[in-house]
Design a protein around this ligand. Structure first.
Ligand SMILES: [Zn+2]
Length: 89
């Protein structure tokens, strides 16, 4: 079996296939799985979130560029998420 998600192949992908998962907000994970939101937009998520519930995927933060938070602040971030989204738009 070819190892498509390991090694050199990742280096060709944008940002070396790494980033912040929009669903679980884990930083510098490999974003290799593609999931669809209910409105049709596609998201790159980590392998743990590839089978996440659709409610969690729909609640995901679309813009995962650089959010100033750390994993340990994840809970507080989730609580603030709705207000943050209003702030951004
Ligand atoms: Zn994830």
């Amino acid at each position: 079996m070819a190892k498509n998600n390991r090694g050199k192949a990742l280096y060709k992908q944008p940002s070396r296939a790494r980033g912040t998962c929009p669903v679980c907000l884990a930083t510098r994970t490999k974003l290799l799985e593609t999931v669809k939101k209910s409105d049709g937009t596609q998201l790159q998520v980590c392998k743990r979130c590839s089978h996440a519930a659709t409610t969690r995927i729909d609640a995901a933060v679309a813009n995962s560029s650089t959010i100033a938070f750390r994993r340990k602040h994840k809970k507080a971030f989730h609580q603030l998420q709705t207000s943050l989204l209003q702030y951004r738009t």
